[in-house]
Design a protein around this ligand. Structure first.
Ligand code: APR
Length: 231
């Protein structure tokens, strides 16, 4: 294949070496916080201060974080590969962008974005958001973190599905394969005959569905894989 079309899905593992916690590793975020309290619409309705504080802390940490060789290698792939590359991330940090990637598809939202629950307006989130913050568009006190919580629909699924249907290569990097629809992308890619590769520290839940499995740290496995693709 001269210029294969590539779809990449990244998860928290690619940002681990940049110091940002993952969710399900030992001592991960879901060991420190209850998902139903900080990552559901019900939790936000019940205690908005707790949720705003949780994302303010993650936003402040992400603001200080530096991209690692994994992020930088994917930016190089996007810049140099002659075929299509779609970079989909479950991460809400901006380390792909800091590493030089453009057109990053944040399917679970982004810490740097704020959303109005009343009018759906989006704007750059301040470092510190407040409860009942006014929307700059409709002035209602209904600002919230622009994060896709459990029970909500991930963003741009049409675009992702369209890219997967045309994929020649699908790579999942630093994701445990626990959360759908992202964990199902490998089946969609396999269905259209794409080559599939997992690059993870520990095998993901859906590792059996990948034809190529590369264990290790993203800062090592991803640059090596990108070198192979760019030949
Ligand atoms: N290099 C590569 N992979 C790593 C590294 C590393 N340095 N460190 C950890 N990993 C791997 C782990 O082995 C694990 O498979 O990253 C994965 C992290 O899994 P999770 O913590 O479950 O994170 P993720 O898969 O991104 O979670 C998906 O779940 O809670 C929701 O919305 C949240 O986007 C998140 C989604």
């Amino acid at each position: 294949m001269a210029h294969p079309s590539i779809v990449i899905l990244t998860g928290a593992g690619i940002s681990a070496e940049s110091g940002l916690g993952t969710f399900r590793d030992e001592g991960g975020l879901w060991a420190q916080h209850r998902i139903e309290d900080v990552a559901t619409p019900e939790g936000f309705a019940r205690n908005p201060q707790l949720v705003v504080d949780f994302y303010n802390a993650r936003r402040a940490q992400a603001a200080e974080a530096v991209p690692n060789a994994g992020h930088i290698a994917l930016a190089r792939l996007q810049a140099e590969h002659k075929g299509d590359v779609l970079l989909v991330t479950q991460n809400v940090d901006d380390l792909h962008e800091k590493g030089g990637s453009e057109d990053v598809l944040h399917m679970h939202g982004a810490l740097n974005s704020a959303l109005c629950s009343a009018c759906d307006h989006r704007w750059p989130a301040p470092l510190e958001m407040h409860v009942a913050q006014a929307c700059p568009n409709c002035a209602a006190p209904t600002a919230r973190p622009d994060i896709v919580w459990f029970g909500e629909i991930p963003y741009q699924m049409d675009r992702i599905q369209d890219a997967l249907e045309r994929a020649d290569i699908f790579a999942a990097i630093g994701t445990s394969g626990n959360v759908y629809p992202a964990a199902g992308f490998v089946q969609m890619a396999t269905h259209v005959g794409a080559k599939t590769v997992e690059m993870n520290l520990e095998p993901g839940e859906n590792v059996a569905l990948f034809e190529d499995v590369r264990a290790g740290k993203a800062s090592e496995t991803v640059p090596k894989w990108v070198d192979e693709i760019l030949g």
